[in-house]
Design a protein around this ligand. Structure first.
Ligand code: ZN
Length: 246
Protein backbone atom coordinates (compact mmCIF):
# COMPACT_ATOMS: atom_id res chain seq x y z
CA UNK A 1 0.00 0.00 0.00
CA UNK A 2 2.40 2.61 1.27
CA UNK A 3 5.12 1.42 -1.04
CA UNK A 4 3.00 2.05 -4.13
CA UNK A 5 2.47 5.62 -2.95
CA UNK A 6 6.19 6.03 -2.35
CA UNK A 7 6.96 4.78 -5.85
CA UNK A 8 4.39 7.27 -7.22
CA UNK A 9 6.10 10.07 -5.31
CA UNK A 10 9.52 9.05 -6.63
CA UNK A 11 8.15 8.86 -10.17
CA UNK A 12 6.50 12.30 -10.03
CA UNK A 13 9.41 14.06 -8.32
CA UNK A 14 12.38 15.54 -10.13
CA UNK A 15 14.47 16.96 -7.33
CA UNK A 16 14.77 14.37 -4.59
CA UNK A 17 17.01 14.83 -1.59
CA UNK A 18 17.78 12.22 1.06
CA UNK A 19 18.51 13.13 4.65
CA UNK A 20 20.17 10.31 6.54
CA UNK A 21 21.12 9.58 10.13
CA UNK A 22 22.50 6.75 12.25
CA UNK A 23 19.60 4.40 11.42
CA UNK A 24 20.79 3.85 7.85
CA UNK A 25 24.25 2.81 9.08
CA UNK A 26 23.02 0.32 11.69
CA UNK A 27 21.98 -1.85 8.72
CA UNK A 28 25.71 -2.01 7.90
CA UNK A 29 26.46 -3.09 11.46
CA UNK A 30 27.69 0.28 12.71
CA UNK A 31 26.58 0.75 16.29
CA UNK A 32 24.13 3.59 16.88
CA UNK A 33 25.78 5.56 19.63
CA UNK A 34 22.54 7.13 20.60
CA UNK A 35 21.12 3.67 21.20
CA UNK A 36 21.15 2.25 24.68
CA UNK A 37 23.49 -0.43 26.00
CA UNK A 38 26.11 -0.17 23.36
CA UNK A 39 29.16 -2.01 24.69
CA UNK A 40 31.70 0.20 22.90
CA UNK A 41 29.95 3.42 23.81
CA UNK A 42 29.59 2.36 27.44
CA UNK A 43 33.38 2.00 27.76
CA UNK A 44 34.01 5.70 27.18
CA UNK A 45 32.83 8.82 28.98
CA UNK A 46 30.59 10.42 26.39
CA UNK A 47 31.33 13.98 27.43
CA UNK A 48 35.04 13.45 26.73
CA UNK A 49 34.90 11.42 23.54
CA UNK A 50 34.18 14.07 20.91
CA UNK A 51 35.45 16.87 23.09
CA UNK A 52 38.14 19.02 21.39
CA UNK A 53 39.62 20.25 24.67
CA UNK A 54 39.98 16.74 26.06
CA UNK A 55 41.27 15.50 22.69
CA UNK A 56 44.05 18.09 22.69
CA UNK A 57 45.09 17.08 26.21
CA UNK A 58 44.66 13.31 25.97
CA UNK A 59 44.08 12.18 22.37
CA UNK A 60 44.74 8.52 23.23
CA UNK A 61 41.18 7.82 24.43
CA UNK A 62 39.62 8.92 21.15
CA UNK A 63 41.96 6.68 19.17
CA UNK A 64 41.23 3.74 21.51
CA UNK A 65 37.57 4.31 20.78
CA UNK A 66 38.17 4.42 17.01
CA UNK A 67 40.20 1.20 17.20
CA UNK A 68 37.27 -0.47 18.96
CA UNK A 69 34.79 0.72 16.33
CA UNK A 70 37.00 0.15 13.28
CA UNK A 71 38.10 -3.35 14.23
CA UNK A 72 35.42 -4.48 11.82
CA UNK A 73 35.11 -3.27 8.25
CA UNK A 74 31.82 -1.73 7.25
CA UNK A 75 30.21 -1.79 3.83
CA UNK A 76 27.35 0.24 2.35
CA UNK A 77 23.97 -1.52 2.45
CA UNK A 78 20.87 -1.79 0.27
CA UNK A 79 19.61 1.66 1.31
CA UNK A 80 22.92 3.38 0.42
CA UNK A 81 22.96 1.60 -2.93
CA UNK A 82 19.35 2.50 -3.71
CA UNK A 83 20.13 6.19 -3.15
CA UNK A 84 23.13 5.87 -5.44
CA UNK A 85 20.81 4.30 -8.04
CA UNK A 86 18.38 7.25 -7.75
CA UNK A 87 21.29 9.65 -8.23
CA UNK A 88 22.37 7.76 -11.35
CA UNK A 89 18.78 8.11 -12.62
CA UNK A 90 19.13 11.90 -12.07
CA UNK A 91 16.15 11.83 -9.70
CA UNK A 92 18.16 12.31 -6.55
CA UNK A 93 20.16 15.53 -6.44
CA UNK A 94 21.75 15.37 -3.02
CA UNK A 95 22.32 13.31 0.08
CA UNK A 96 22.55 15.24 3.32
CA UNK A 97 23.92 13.12 6.13
CA UNK A 98 24.71 13.35 9.82
CA UNK A 99 26.79 10.20 9.55
CA UNK A 100 30.56 10.34 9.70
CA UNK A 101 31.16 6.83 8.36
CA UNK A 102 31.57 7.82 4.72
CA UNK A 103 29.37 4.94 3.51
CA UNK A 104 27.40 7.10 1.05
CA UNK A 105 30.57 8.03 -0.80
CA UNK A 106 31.80 4.46 -0.57
CA UNK A 107 28.57 3.29 -2.25
CA UNK A 108 29.38 5.59 -5.17
CA UNK A 109 27.11 8.55 -4.47
CA UNK A 110 28.61 11.82 -5.64
CA UNK A 111 26.61 14.71 -4.20
CA UNK A 112 26.97 13.94 -0.51
CA UNK A 113 26.96 16.69 2.10
CA UNK A 114 28.34 15.50 5.40
CA UNK A 115 27.14 17.89 8.08
CA UNK A 116 29.30 16.37 10.80
CA UNK A 117 32.29 15.64 8.58
CA UNK A 118 33.67 12.21 7.85
CA UNK A 119 36.38 9.82 8.98
CA UNK A 120 37.28 9.32 5.33
CA UNK A 121 39.75 12.13 5.47
CA UNK A 122 41.91 13.47 8.26
CA UNK A 123 44.61 16.04 8.77
CA UNK A 124 47.52 16.94 11.00
CA UNK A 125 46.60 19.52 13.61
CA UNK A 126 50.12 20.97 13.50
CA UNK A 127 51.23 21.19 9.85
CA UNK A 128 47.86 20.65 8.15
CA UNK A 129 48.97 17.71 6.01
CA UNK A 130 45.97 15.63 4.94
CA UNK A 131 45.73 11.86 5.06
CA UNK A 132 43.53 9.38 3.23
CA UNK A 133 41.39 6.93 5.13
CA UNK A 134 43.57 3.95 4.17
CA UNK A 135 46.72 5.53 5.51
CA UNK A 136 44.94 6.79 8.61
CA UNK A 137 43.57 3.33 9.48
CA UNK A 138 46.95 1.68 8.93
CA UNK A 139 48.53 4.17 11.31
CA UNK A 140 45.63 3.80 13.76
CA UNK A 141 46.41 0.13 14.34
CA UNK A 142 50.16 0.80 14.63
CA UNK A 143 50.32 3.98 16.71
CA UNK A 144 48.62 4.61 20.06
CA UNK A 145 48.15 8.25 19.08
CA UNK A 146 48.04 8.69 15.33
CA UNK A 147 50.74 11.20 14.49
CA UNK A 148 52.18 13.01 11.52
CA UNK A 149 55.85 12.97 10.53
CA UNK A 150 56.01 16.48 12.03
CA UNK A 151 54.90 14.93 15.37
CA UNK A 152 51.51 16.67 15.28
CA UNK A 153 48.38 14.66 16.09
CA UNK A 154 46.26 13.58 13.11
CA UNK A 155 42.55 14.15 13.62
CA UNK A 156 39.82 12.76 11.37
CA UNK A 157 37.77 15.52 9.72
CA UNK A 158 34.77 14.99 11.93
CA UNK A 159 33.02 17.68 13.89
CA UNK A 160 33.55 17.51 17.63
CA UNK A 161 31.20 19.12 20.13
CA UNK A 162 31.23 22.86 19.84
CA UNK A 163 33.25 22.90 16.62
CA UNK A 164 32.12 24.67 13.47
CA UNK A 165 30.21 22.59 10.94
CA UNK A 166 31.71 22.40 7.44
CA UNK A 167 30.19 25.57 6.03
CA UNK A 168 30.11 24.54 2.39
CA UNK A 169 28.35 21.26 3.17
CA UNK A 170 25.83 23.12 5.29
CA UNK A 171 25.18 25.71 2.58
CA UNK A 172 24.73 23.04 -0.09
CA UNK A 173 22.42 21.06 2.20
CA UNK A 174 20.14 24.05 2.65
CA UNK A 175 20.35 24.90 -1.06
CA UNK A 176 19.20 21.40 -2.02
CA UNK A 177 16.62 20.98 0.75
CA UNK A 178 14.98 24.23 -0.31
CA UNK A 179 14.72 23.11 -3.94
CA UNK A 180 13.51 19.56 -3.25
CA UNK A 181 10.09 18.44 -4.34
CA UNK A 182 10.66 15.31 -2.25
CA UNK A 183 12.89 14.73 0.75
CA UNK A 184 13.29 11.16 2.00
CA UNK A 185 14.35 11.17 5.65
CA UNK A 186 16.06 7.92 6.61
CA UNK A 187 17.09 6.74 10.05
CA UNK A 188 17.05 9.98 11.96
CA UNK A 189 14.65 11.14 14.64
CA UNK A 190 15.40 14.77 13.73
CA UNK A 191 16.63 15.96 17.09
CA UNK A 192 20.14 17.20 16.27
CA UNK A 193 20.43 20.56 14.52
CA UNK A 194 21.01 21.69 11.87
CA UNK A 195 20.00 18.41 10.17
CA UNK A 196 16.74 18.36 12.09
CA UNK A 197 15.57 21.52 10.35
CA UNK A 198 16.35 20.38 6.77
CA UNK A 199 12.87 18.91 6.11
CA UNK A 200 11.36 22.29 7.00
CA UNK A 201 13.23 23.91 4.10
CA UNK A 202 11.54 21.39 1.84
CA UNK A 203 8.07 21.61 3.41
CA UNK A 204 8.08 25.40 3.59
CA UNK A 205 8.85 25.57 -0.12
CA UNK A 206 6.05 23.26 -1.20
CA UNK A 207 7.97 19.98 -1.26
CA UNK A 208 6.91 16.71 0.32
CA UNK A 209 8.66 14.71 3.02
CA UNK A 210 8.67 10.94 3.45
CA UNK A 211 9.92 9.50 6.74
CA UNK A 212 11.61 6.12 7.04
CA UNK A 213 12.44 5.91 10.71
CA UNK A 214 11.67 3.89 13.79
CA UNK A 215 10.19 6.15 16.40
CA UNK A 216 8.56 9.53 16.22
CA UNK A 217 9.83 12.79 14.78
CA UNK A 218 8.50 16.30 15.22
CA UNK A 219 7.19 16.36 11.66
CA UNK A 220 5.29 13.05 11.64
CA UNK A 221 1.99 14.86 11.07
CA UNK A 222 3.39 16.81 8.10
CA UNK A 223 4.93 13.81 6.34
CA UNK A 224 3.31 12.53 3.15
CA UNK A 225 4.21 8.96 4.15
CA UNK A 226 5.83 7.28 7.08
CA UNK A 227 7.61 3.92 7.22
CA UNK A 228 9.36 2.25 10.15
CA UNK A 229 11.54 -0.43 8.63
CA UNK A 230 14.46 0.86 6.55
CA UNK A 231 15.59 -2.56 5.37
CA UNK A 232 12.09 -3.57 4.24
CA UNK A 233 11.40 -0.32 2.35
CA UNK A 234 14.70 -0.32 0.48
CA UNK A 235 14.61 -4.03 -0.24
CA UNK A 236 11.18 -3.62 -1.81
CA UNK A 237 12.19 -0.48 -3.72
CA UNK A 238 15.34 -2.20 -5.00
CA UNK A 239 13.27 -5.16 -6.18
CA UNK A 240 10.74 -2.90 -7.89
CA UNK A 241 13.43 -0.91 -9.72
CA UNK A 242 15.56 -4.02 -10.24
CA UNK A 243 18.58 -2.26 -8.77
CA UNK A 244 21.73 -4.19 -9.44
CA UNK A 245 20.11 -6.33 -12.13
CA UNK A 246 20.71 -4.06 -15.11
ZN1 ZN B 1 52.07 17.35 10.48
Amino acid sequence: MGLKKLIDLIETSNYITALTGAGISTLSGIPDFRGKHNPIWDKYPQDKLFNPVYFNEQPRMFFDFLRDVLEKEYQPNIAHFFLKFLETKKKLKAIITQNIDGLHKLSGSKNVYELHGSIYSSHCLKCGKSYTYDIFVKKLFKEKVVSCECSGVIKPDIVFFGEMLPQEDLNMAIFNATRSDLMIVIGTSLVVQPAAFMPMYTLNNGGKVVLVNKGETYIDDRAALKFEDIEKVFTELSEYYEVGKQ
